[in-house]
Design a protein around this ligand. Structure first.
Ligand code: 5BU
Length: 423
């Protein structure tokens, strides 16, 4: 919680825990970081001189509120009111877990910005990804949260209130409504990190790959690899990559582009030196061998909760993935949604919200390279080509300042997404 407070950069003079569960948390933070602690009396004040707020404070002081769980936000608000009655200012609150039932928005309406260490969707998607929670519980929990949102102090049933006019579904909505758990995880990450950016780290050195993933990881929803480009591969690289994926909350996409008969791809996906299925959340396949490729990869990947993208279109000039080939690819994905989570595409191919469209060939400087790659800007990829996720390689990894470039691509891709929602 302290790390989150520090990251927000918010300034305050004292700290007040919402009684009672947050009192020990506030106490520890105050002791460890040397802040005065204020205590709000919860009991009704029945005799005159007793103050509702105990501790050392002056009029105009700014106090940070600490809470363990926020649902409607009413406990935080009550504590803020007691402090404000003493002319203590409250503009920020920190909570360990935001149950995402409207508390954050309700507090914001009262002028209090709520920061959370973790949200309930993050908890659910993480536990599900690690196979610690089955999808039935996740579905029921998501449904409960959706149907029990708070507006002020009144629970609003979303079903009777769903007068949404936007045609494009938001990441948040897709995080709840999509059927594949991995897709829900992906959209949860995208919503939480406000990023529809996948960075493609195509390099020959393991340390370069890991350093770049560590640096750019906080700003992307996916890190894409070509693991067979590494000259010094050992299984430690993929272990470390998984650690970074947990640390920075991104998914790993091994851009293997399987393209052989079922029996062969089964072994290539599960075994060999790279053991791709054991560490890559997502991989992809060419549809050219027919649907046997999907069945074979699914045999390996489905029990592990993995997902596969079908390469339905390509970015390189003169490629043959067009017309009926692309149509066949679209059908193959739609018929195998238990394992296929979407497409690598250059246009919006399916109206099915369960299928993610990821688009490579993206660079702010349009044009191409000398070997046939063709680029469009992140704006065009999202708003004209219908990309849900933009895949950027050299635009970021080849920049003088890869972190600065990643932030620029993240901003460009995300604002194009917000525009598509009509925001
Ligand atoms: P670039 O550096 O942004 O050009 O890298 C693009 C990445 O996406 C690279 O790893 C390609 O292998 C990958 N890619 C692509 O560029 N175009 C395609 O149609 C497909 C994959 Br499929």
């Amino acid at each position: 919680m302290w790390n989150t407070i520090e990251r927000t950069g918010c300034k305050f003079k004292s700290i007040c825990g919402v009684p009672y569960t947050a009192l020990p948390i506030a106490t520890c933070i105050c002791v460890q970081h040397n802040y005065p602690m204020l205590i709000r009396r919860k009991e009704a004040k029945d005799y005159g001189t007793r103050r509702m707020i105990e501790g050392r404070y002056e009029e105009g002081d700014v106090c940070l509120i600490v809470e363990d769980v926020v649902t409607s936000g009413s406990s935080v608000h009550e504590t803020a009111e007691s402090l404000q009655n003493e002319k203590i200012q409250v503009t920020n609150a920190i909570v360990l877990l935001d149950r995402e039932q409207g508390g954050k928005a309700a507090l914001e309406r009262k002028g209090i910005k709520l920061y959370s260490v973790i949200t309930l969707s993050q908890v659910l998607s993480t536990l599900q990804r690690l196979n610690k929670l089955d999808s039935d519980i996740v579905d029921r929990t998501n449904r409960f949260i959706q149907d029990n949102r708070f507006d002020g102090h009144v629970a609003v049933n979303n079903k009777s209130n769903s007068s949404s006019t936007t045609k494009v579904m938001s990441h948040k909505e897709r995080a709840v409504k999509c059927s594949h758990p991995l897709v829900r995880s992906l959209y949860t990450i995208m919503a939480d990190k406000e990023s529809n950016l996948c960075v493609s780290i195509d390099c020959a050195s393991s340390s370069e790959l890991l350093q770049m993933a560590d640096k750019i990881g906080p700003h992307v929803c996916i890190v894409k690899t070509h693991i067979d480009m590494l000259e010094d591969f050992t299984s430690d690289v993929t272990k470390e990559l998984q650690r970074l994926a947990d640390k920075h909350n991104f998914l790993i996409f091994e851009d293997r582009k399987f393209g052989d008969i079922g029996k062969t791809v089964h072994t290539q996906y599960e075994g060999g030196m790279y053991k791709i299925s054991s560490w890559a959340h997502i991989t992809n396949a060419h549809p050219v061998p027919g649907s046997g490729i999907v069945s074979a990869l699914a045999e390996v990947g489905k029990p592990l909760g993995r997902g596969c993208l079908i390469v339905a279109e390509m970015s390189s000039s003169g490629n043959l993935a067009t017309g009926d080939y692309t149509k066949g690819a679209v059908k193959m994905a739609e018929a195998n949604k238990d394992f296929v989570i979407g497409y690598i595409s250059q246009s919006r191919l399916s109206a099915d919200h369960d299928l993610v469209h990821m688009t490579p060939g993206v660079k702010i400087q349009m044009g191409g390279d000398s070997l046939g790659q063709q680029y469009v800007t992140p704006q065009i990829a999202v708003s004209e080509k219908g990309a849900d996720v933009v895949i950027v390689g050299r635009g970021i990894t080849g920049a003088a300042d890869p972190l600065g470039a990643a932030l620029e691509y993240k901003q460009a891709g995300y604002s194009a997404y917000l525009n598509s929602l009509g925001h």
